[in-house]
Design a protein around this ligand. Sequence first.
Ligand code: ARG
Ligand code: GLU
Length: 719
Amino acid sequence: MVKRIVLTLAVALFLQSFARADEGMWIPMLLKKYNIEQMQEMGFKLSAEDVYSVNQACLKDAVVIFGRGCTGELISDKGLLVTNHHCGYGQIQYHSSVENDYLTNGFWAMSPEEELVNPDLTVTFLKRMEDVTERVMEGVNEEMKAGERDKIIAANIKAIKEEAIKDTHYTAVLKPFFSGNQYFLFINEVFKDVRLVGAPPSAIGKFGGDTDNWMWPRHTGDFSMFRIYADKDNKPAEYSQDNVPYKPAKHFPVSLKGVNEGDFTMVFGYPGSTYQYVPSYHLEMLTETVNPKLIDVRTEKLNIMNRYQEADPAVRIKYAAKNARISNSWKRWIGENRGLEILDAISKKQQYEAEFNKWAKSQAPQYANLLARYKEVYKNYTNYNLTYGYYREMIPSNGIELANLAGKMDALKALYEAEEVDEEVAKALKKELIGQAELFFKNYYQPLDQEMSAKLLSMYAENIEAAFQPDVYALINGKYKGNIKKYVDHLFAKSRFDSKEEVIAFIDGFSAKSIKALEKDPAYQLNKSFVSVYRDKVAPQRKKYKSELADLDKAYMAAQMQFEPNEVFYPDANFTLRVSYGQVKGYTARDAVYYKHFTTLEGIMEKDNPDIYDYRVPAKLKELYKNKDYGRYEVDGTVPVCFVATNHTTGGNSGSPVLNAEGHLIGINFDRAWEGVMSDLMFNPEQCRNISLDMRYVLFIVDKMAGASYLLDEMTIIE
Ligand code: ARG
Ligand code: GLU
């Protein structure tokens, strides 16, 4: 790929180390223009039209957004789809209880009637996309003030979206690319009846757990299966018994041919966000300030959670998804810092910036000041961004749960503060909040929350500057003489928000008269004190700097394209459908350590350890292993499990189809290797690897372990 073909010698030296054919997340509609030749040179046998087309069924018709943040793909003409186990985790957990513990034991619907309905789960198909830059920019000119310009753009976007889906059942999404230098419209079809078909036990689907997460060599059977249902006309519909399996325009044949080193691979999915074109100041902000502080606070959270979860199986289930969520970014941040440091990323950026500045001074004076302005903004933005991140950790993002629940009552309060209350609206809101409260208590353990609250309150006080300390600290330092634990004990003794019955009764009977009681509740007060600091002192400033950064980003992006006119740029990930291509390849992890490109069942047995929760191999799998009962999934006396390749991926690519040169499904993307997780900011082809689950292992588990071979009958299997 022509990413970064080089201009000046100095730039050449700097870029050499990471200018390779693997970097990039490309726009499916534009493959013909930029990529298809290179893809074919690398072995791809299909055409650009086969991948993305508005005239014929194509690969894109078999790829979906699964839920809100993952990718999934169709593998049968009866709406069967696969994604990761960790993507279906919330649903699997939702259907689990101590008696029916699908997380632990797995779940397989042995007939359509046994499939499980998931409220709120959707899958989204892309019908078509379109470059709408010109229409978005209509009426905008260079002289305009930012505010005026943004207003026009927002109005244009609204009009374009409305027009695009008028009289259809589709939805429209319109997103900026290249920091607002280009805009694309996406027309989607959203299905709402998506049922759980099956998931392996966590000892397979999450094998290696958070110990192995972000690591290679890997042995996680990270998959789950769902089925999309539609109405009689094959259109989206709310759940109904009368719905029928959706008939997709395209589903992927599953290939049992497997992978060899050097084979072409393509990942087709929804990468969430990357930051390839930011200045060095951004990397400094992350590596020096934001990542270290947030890593610390999450380390403490995980210490507390792990301890409670190990002590009590019920708590283990309740906090399983929360723990995984906290741990995931925590570990990635640690790897990101390490990767950037080893790559010497900051000085690489600085060298590039020096070259850029030289060029700007002599040839593009309008950009000569850009980096200096960036520096000024980051100086201020860093602290606001850190405080914002810390605030999120305190309450909204798996922080003090009690306070978070109390904060949800603000919606009721607002409603009853109005002069006239619409009873219908109130009823609906109460129902919604009671539903939320029920879910909250399903996954709540008060002693854990209480200990966590004290820890978080003391960490915030230590790590965040005085100007952003909410007034709850005045209370702690006054009435409680600085004793946080005393305050927290009082909080949990006095608040009603740790009792399910009380909360539900409170919501149910809420009226204007309840507002006073709500305001007196210490958990409500705690949330309010943090929210108001955030709202009054943090958010407005952060927003201001962010919008200054957005303007700079737009200019810097355009400038970089002029600085390197011969290079083909790919837009940063923005959770739109992208193609990444590369090849199956091992890597050198560190001095003297070379990792092969694939793992096998042997490695699972090597890791087996009944004393370590993450490494307990299920008895059934051991039996299959002992009897070498591998059927057609056997290769060289064992079963392949995972493989690595050089595809450029990020969060959101979880569950993405990994396709071979023929466009057949050979794997499911689910992770990146530790040494390369800095690829969101800087890609290094020597170290950056995406981790995929081998489809042969998936079918082996479905067939031999789950005994759900009827599912194989509806797939198109290529042997
Ligand atoms: N690291 C993978 C991803 O970013 C897998 C996450 C699964 N969660 C976990 N905590 N193991 O999503
Ligand atoms: N597991 C990630 C996800 O949920 C994918 C790994 C990555 O960040 O590349 O999307």
